[in-house]
Design a protein around this ligand. Structure first.
Ligand SMILES: Nc1ncnc2c1ncn2[C@@H]1O[C@H](COP(=O)(O)OP(=O)(O)OP(=O)(O)O)[C@@H](O)[C@H]1O
Ligand SMILES: [Mg+2]
Length: 611
């Protein structure tokens, strides 16, 4: 990926220009400070030249004076003048330093501000993306775009830009000053610089290539370690510790070899640079010497030129580095742009504000849906209606399309054919935020954040009181479980704290949904890890919570079915039966078949559930 980057143009980085515009004052001031610091820096060699010339001339005169009193006074006068030059150099150095402080305070600060804005923009965009995109791109990919790629772009915005402005202004100022002194000598002494920059560019591109390989190997190592860590239970139970250990060791060995390889190249880098700088200093002194002998320049000029050449060599060595920063930033920005330019297919067709809340009526009209990536036709001509204030149970064997129905209601996908109506309106015509705000969804694979139990239940709604949280946790039959945790509702859960059982997680998610008091509640098989007795208790409570509102309950288990107003039976994406529990039993179809099967299975173990 990076190797291709070497031939890239910089069109992707143009995206950042809007940020430069936003922070134009930072940038402008930064440029002024950089130029200012270089202006004062260039004064120093001039002071050195004047003082050396002064000494050389004065010593000549002093030589003729002999040991007289005048000679002594003359010596004092030279001392005073030298002191003056010393102070001048000191003052120029201090002013340069102050300007350097401010140039970092403007340009590096600007890069941090832009970095912040970019992360924000990427994250906001991320939360808008639809399932189709999110499924195609994995977590690691998103993580690297928001962290690594943004950092690479920031390197371009901060140090990259700073060194470029510095390089250009220093070159202009120094070369201008050198030409003022002697044009021919300037040309001769600058001759080795291009050679220096080319060789340094060559070595630094080798270093970059090797670092990239090492980086990739490192992320391989991290992901192996991470995977083994999260799957440690499986690893141990299949007694795979030693074989995975060997695998890790061999990958680690590869990493070591590649790192040693880089260390070798790096070891060449500094000596080479010092050598080059030394050579150009010698050349300067030699050429300066020949010019001085011919009387074209003074001794002070030689000293001055040595300082100029040294001043230029360091920024020249940075050219290779800047070039690689820019290339990496370009490649990273391309990945960021690709992400930002993706427009979600699921979006609100009208952004018109709707007044009032959703009443909770759902109706599917001849809905068919095929998953675009797998080509599986998950729903075939499905029609049903849920009136506000009623409850519907959706049952069916695994992969029959139950979760797909829930996803379509929440517009995680749009149907290929037919319509999903909410309160009699096409779901597509309702603004997404309005649609989702009125409903709550507890998905099949419940998810809790690494935070306290309380924060997980109220989930962002800071207006909720503790009493409410307790009341709804009781309704979800999880309050007693929470009180038994070490710090009750303040217990940290997830990666940062205690682990909960599957059933506890499900009921906490349920409390989170209850507390929103939605007009429509969709529960996707979210009591599967709760025992049958608790499940029935929760469903009883559900009627209190959802009085006058609609509920859609997706499940495999039929124990609680008599409590629902209506049941639909899905089979391979089609509704094969529908009606109340008693009606369905009478039909003696798929429903009664599953019911009988489950009654038989459950009889011996009716009260020993697995909460
Ligand atoms: N994101 C997806 N991309 C592609 N195919 C999918 C996707 N989600 C589900 N499917 C397919 O669609 C079909 C219906 O899946 P769905 O998740 O709706 O079943 P389900 O009834 O909820 O099953 P379960 O009871 O096991 O949860 C399955 O064949 C499944 O493989
Ligand atoms: Mg499902």
């Amino acid at each position: 990926m990076r190797s291709k980057g070497y031939q890239r143009t910089l069109k992707n980085l143009r995206y950042i220009n809007k940020y430069f515009l936003r922070y134009k004052w930072h940038l402008l001031l930064g440029i002024i400070f950089v130029v200012g610091s270089n202006y004062f820096k260039v004064l120093i060699p001039r002071a050195v030249r004047e003082s050396i010339d002064l000494v050389v001339e004065a010593l000549g005169v002093h030589h003729f004076m002999g040991d007289s009193r005048a000679a002594e006074n003359w010596g004092d006068a030279i001392g005073t003048s030298l002191m003056y030059y010393g102070l001048l150099v000191f003052a120029a150095a201090i002013i340069t330093g102050i300007f350097m402080f401010f140039m970092r305070q403007t340009i590096i600060v600007m890069s941090r501000l832009i970095e912040y804005d970019m992360r924000d923009e990427i994250f906001k965009h991320y939360t808008k993306l639809d399932q189709a995109f999110l499924r195609k791109n994995n977590t690691g990919d998103f993580m690297s775009r928001i962290s690594e790629d943004v950092s690479k772009v920031r390197m371009y915005l901060g140090p990259g830009l700073l060194y470029t402005i510095n390089l250009i202004s220093l070159f202009v100022l120094v070369i201008y000053t050198m030409f003022q002194v002697n044009a021919k000598m300037t040309l001769y002494t600058l001759l080795p610089l291009p050679l220096l920059s080319i060789s340094i560019y060559y070595i630094s591109s080798i270093i970059n290539r090797k670092s990239y390989i090492i980086q990739k190997q490192l992320s391989r190592l991290t992901s192996i370690a991470q995977e083994v860590y999260s799957g440690i239970r499986v690893v141990k139970s299949y007694v795979q510790e030693s074989s995975l250990g060997d695998y890790f060791e061999s990958e680690s060995e590869l990493f070591k070899q590649k790192s040693l390889n880089l260390a070798r190249v790096n070891a060449y880098f500094f000596p080479l640079m010092i050598l080059m700088i030394g050579i150009s200093t010698i050349i300067t002194i030699y050429i300066g010497g020949t010019f001085a002998i011919r009387g074209e320049v003074s001794a002070g000029n030689i000293a001055e030129f040595v300082i100029y050449v040294n001043m230029l060599t360091w920024p020249v060595t940075a050219i290779g580095w800047i070039a690689s920063i820019v290339q990496q930033a370009e490649a990273s920005q391309e990945r960021i742009n690709e992400f930002l330019s993706y427009t979600p297919e699921i979006k609100s067709e009208s952004e018109a504000e709707l007044h009032g809340k959703i009443a909770g009526a759902v109706s599917f009209q001849n809905v068919s849906f095929t998953y675009p990536d797998s080509g599986i036709e998950a729903l075939k001509n499905v029609s049903f209606t849920v009136e506000p204030g009623t409850s519907l149970a959706i049952i069916g064997r695994t992969a029959s399309g139950k979760t797909t129905i829930a996803d379509l209601i929440f517009r995680l996908f749009d149907p290929d054919e037919g319509k999903v109506l909410l309160d009699g309106m096409d779901a597509r015509s309702i603004p997404l935020s309005h649609l989702r705000a009125g409903m709550a969804y507890v998905p099949q694979d419940v998810f809790l954040f690494s935070d306290s139990v309380e924060a997980n239940i109220k989930f962002g709604d800071s207006t909720l009181q503790l009493e409410d949280i307790h009341r709804f946790a009781k309704l979800a039959v999880v309050h007693d479980d929470i009180m038994k945790l070490p710090k009750g509702y303040d217990t940290e859960i997830g990666e940062r704290g205690v682990s909960l059982s599957g059933g506890q997680k499900q009921r906490i998610s349920l409390a989170r949904a209850f507390i929103q008091q939605p007009a429509l509640l969709v529960l996707d098989d979210c009591l599967s890890a709760v025992d049958a007795v608790t499940e029935s208790k929760i469903i009883e409570q559900l009627r209190t919570v959802m009085a006058g509102k609609s509920t859609i309950f997706i499940t495999h288990r039929l124990n609680a079915m008599p409590l629902f107003d209506k049941i639909i039976v899905l089979h391979e994406g089609r509704i094969v039966e529908s009606g109340s529990h008693d009606e369905l039993l009478k039909i003696k179809g798929l429903y009664s078949e599953i019911f009988e099967q489950q009654s038989l299975e459950q009889q011996p173990a009716v009260s020993s559930g697995s909460g």
